[in-house]
Write a protein that binds this ligand. Structure first.
Ligand code: MIG
Length: 801
């Protein structure tokens, strides 16, 4: 019997069942309803001191305020051991060690076929061949027809079945449509099968790989270079339930400020305050909306973090104020590498405080990044996070409200004490306190961005900070929004951005975006215009380009292109009430801003595999043109009735879903469809955002057979989140449509005068026999401010699809 003994104990996070035998052990707990945790320790006798007791785990992913785990019920039947949590049960075969996790109805969610490990060996110097090093394995059953979504930041289609993926945060310049791994590691997948979903999350920051039914068509094989595998199985039944449970474990993203959803202009190469003045002027002169400008590494004095070049920015604070007066925020880049220079206060403090990563021999590790030589703060230790947080006073005092954390894989171009590395980073055996780089590499960025959040909370508690990061591990969503790093100005990268961002969304990171226009290489007018259209539903919208590439501000390609981009930006600003509401929803439900169709139509395989379009909420389908020269595209519309609202205007008769349709989309057109039963709040375009209490609000409504619902979240758009969710509902009862607005629960409270554009009433006539809607048109209706419901009498035939 592989597992002869077991005991019910109280662990650090609540009740646990520890099971062990001669050499292996596992620990089962139920952290949350519908979640079972199985920590696997093969070769535990050899690997963990004090066996059969097991070490306490430090997780970089789990919410620090995770409540105590739930009670467990243990039953023993011969070699069969069952541990039951809330709605999930582990069944362990104590002879072989094979286990299954069953759902509430006894259905098998996950089946572990085998798991094994190695005793530690004296590892010789690490060389390229050892880059495949791994010691702990788990093979899960991968049944036919199961789709595997998520796994963090990845290229390729949404379904990762058939891919072999590595978890090792990597700075790749530029990445390509086949590059793996990239900057962010999230070992979490949603498994979709027959319309039902469950999740598997392996909480290991160690270098890992997963073979998604590639080498073995019916196995999902995890391999970690660490000594254990900390496995969470999350029940569904839908993908949205899996995502919520994952966020209950690893945390929800904080609410971004409204300005960060507006248009942003960036470039590696804006050097001075005057460069940025010219950018802002360029936008304002051409009536192009702009809410922020980003400034890259050139603002620093000799690439020294927490300094500003006096020559380039004579008075940072004054510049921040000046830009602010024009409705523009300044977002500076921050790199982790600290210049090694005697007398430089950041370096001196880091040395004195013992905050730096060390080599295996114990010296401070010295490398080359932009600063050269450079040393690396060890963000995996809380005291270093606290120290770095305090450094943010520098920007907070200058009035800065947003920050862009780059190079935090961490990237390192070369080492002073040469050593083989995997990618341009630190060696496996570098020291982070008592841990090796191999163990904590993937989590490095989390501490850096946590520090940013702590810093702004401490020094600018009145504002709502905006933190952007390139790298991250599971849980990064608690600290920062992710951008997808160094893409290229090519059509393939425009298309790639959609599955990449949607995959991040399915990995618990609801706020993510790619550089608009493409970072590396020269963009073209057509590509840039299409990119702005496709990005209308990115969680944030930043045009960014690399040093030395052609200028790619919206006006660089002639008037016709500028006009198309202006229209796309205005479309984005008109949609801000909806985008802001979706963002606020994401902080409560973990549903991403840019949603894959799989989230709402998991049983429809065409929908679940579709990654050239996306949803904004449950009802607004965005189907951008992603190919050069194309003036029409194929769009998949899942079940339901869809009203074309291209460029947010009624643009044709309602189309039945469950089929592909062809959308005509000349360069100035973004195909959009609104599903029957849904309503989307919109406002008017503006040069920049002000408040998310919308002075002008209207609704685009597609009346369905039952009516419709929509919601809008409003608050100041900055500062502490504390606003009001207003619901707009239409109840259709035969020929009557009763429309109400109000916060849930406070029916009758005064609302505001709003205009509705009602679609889907084609053929309907009111009680007097007047036509309410012609095909492809909208009925305009104004709701009074007194909050009273309005009833519309739909008399005519043909109103029920
Ligand atoms: O080594 O700061 O992904 O957005 O412009 C390149 C310069 C460092 C990489 C980032 C990119 C940024 C660039 N950085």
């Amino acid at each position: 019997m592989r597992f002869s003994s077991f005991a019910v104990e109280s662990g650090g996070l609540g009740p646990e069942v520890r099971v062990w035998g001669e050499s292996d052990a596992l620990v089962v707990s139920a952290p949350l309803p519908g979640v079972l945790r199985v920590r696997l320790f093969p070769e535990a006798r050899a690997n963990s001191l004090g066996f059969p007791r097991l070490g306490v785990k430090r997780s970089f992913a789990l919410r620090p305020d995770l409540p105590a785990g739930l009670d467990l019920t243990v039953t023993e039947e011969g070699a069969d051991l069952r541990v039951q949590g809330d709605g999930v049960t582990l069944r362990l075969d104590r002879v072989t060690g094979a286990w299954e996790v069953l759902g509430a109805a006894g259905e098998v969610l996950e089946r572990a076929l085998a798991w094994s490990g190695e005793a530690p060996t004296q590892r010789p110097a690490l060389d390229a061949e050892r880059f495949n090093l791994r010691r702990t394995r788990l093979n899960l059953d991968a049944p036919d027809g199961a789709l595997y979504l998520g796994f963090g930041e990845r290229v390729g289609p949404l379904d990762k079945r058939g891919m072999h993926l590595t978890f090792w945060n990597t700075d790749c310049f530029p990445h390509h449509t086949e590059t793996d791994p990239l900057y962010v590691s999230v070992p979490f997948t949603t498994v979709l099968r027959g319309g039902r979903a469950h999740g598997v999350f392996v909480d290991e920051s160690w270098r890992m790989e997963v073979d998604v039914a590639r080498a073995h068509p019916h196995e999902l094989r995890w391999a970690s270079s660490g000594p254990e595998l900390d496995v969470f199985v999350l029940a569904g039944p839908g993908p949205a339930d899996v995502l919520r449970r994952y966020a209950d474990l690893t945390g929800y993203a904080p609410m971004p400020p409204l300005w960060a959803l507006g248009s942003a202009q960036s470039r590696w190469g804006y050097r001075t305050a005057d460069d940025l003045r010219a950018v802002i002027q360029g936008y304002r002169d051409r009536n192009l909306p702009l809410d922020s400008v980003y400034v890259d590494i050139d603002y620093m004095d000799a690439y020294k973090v927490w300094t500003v070049s006096g020559a380039n920015f004579p008075d940072l604070r004054a510049f921040v104020k000046e830009a602010g007066a024009q409705g523009v925020k300044l977002v500076p880049i921050v790199d982790p590498g600290v210049k090694l220079e005697a007398g430089y206060d950041v370096y001196e403090e880091a040395t004195r405080g013992d905050h730096l990563v060390r080599t295996a021999r114990g010296d401070v590790l010295v490398g080359e990044v932009w600063p050269d030589p450079a040393v690396f703060p060890d963000f995996t230790r809380p005291e270093v996070v606290a120290w770095w947080a305090d450094r943010h006073r520098f920007f907070a005092d200058a009035g800065i409200q947003g920050q862009w954390n780059d190079m935090n894989e961490p990237a390192c171009f070369s080492l002073r004490q040469p050593r083989e590395t995997e990618g341009k980073t630190l060696p496996y055996d570098a020291r982070h306190g008592t841990r090796t780089h191999l163990e904590v590499h993937n989590a490095y960025a989390n501490g850096m961005s946590e520090a940013s959040r702590l810093g702004y909370a401490k020094f600018s508690p009145q504002i709502r900070p905006w933190v952007l990061t390139r790298a991250g591990y599971a849980g990064i969503q608690r600290h920062a929004t992710v951008w997808t790093g160094d893409n290229t100005a090519t059509w393939s990268h425009l298309a790639l951005s959609l599955p990449m961002i949607q995959g991040l969304g399915l990995s618990g990171i609801p706020f993510a975006a790619a550089d608009v226009g493409g970072f590396a290489g020269d963009t073209t007018g057509e590509l840039l215009a299409r990119w702005y259209q496709a990005a209308v539903g990115y969680a944030f919208l930043r045009n960014h380009a690399a040093l030395g590439t052609a200028d790619q501000e919206p006006w660089r390609f002639g008037e016709a292109v500028t006009d198309v981009i202006r229209a796309a930006l205005e479309l984005r600003y008109r949609l801000l009430p909806h985008l802001y509401t979706l963002s606020q929803g994401a902080t409560r439900t973990a549903l991403p801003v840019m949603r894959p169709l799989a989230l709402h139509w998991p049983a429809d395989e065409d929908a679940a595999r579709e990654d050239t379009q996306y949803l904004l909420g449950e009802g607004l389908m965005v189907a951008p043109v992603l190919r050069a020269g194309h003036r029409r595209r194929l769009v998949y519309l899942p079940a339901g009735d869809w009203a074309p609202v291209f460029n947010l205007s009624p643009s044709g008769p309602v189309v039945a879903g469950g089929q592909h349709v062809v959308a005509d989309a000349p360069l100035d057109t973004l195909p959009l469809y609104l599903r029957a039963g849904t309503a989307v709040p919109v406002t008017e375009a503006a040069p920049h955002t002000t408040s998310a209490r919308w002075a002008a609000l209207s609704w685009l409504v597609h009346v369905g057979p039952q009516g419709f619902t929509g919601e809008v979240f409003e608050d100041d758009g900055d500062g502490p989140v504390g606003g009001r969710l207003t619901r707009l509902t239409g109840e259709r009862d035969g020929t009557r449509l009763t429309i109400r607005q109000g916060a849930p629960g406070d029916a009758g409270e005064a609302g505001r005068e709003v205009t509705l554009h009602l679609l889907g009433l084609e053929g309907a006539r009111d009680a007097q026999g007047a036509e309410l809607g012609r095909a492809g048109s909208a009925l305009r209706l104004t709701l009074p401010a007194d909050g009273q419901p309005v009833t519309l009498h739909l008399g005519g035939a043909g109103t029920t699809p």
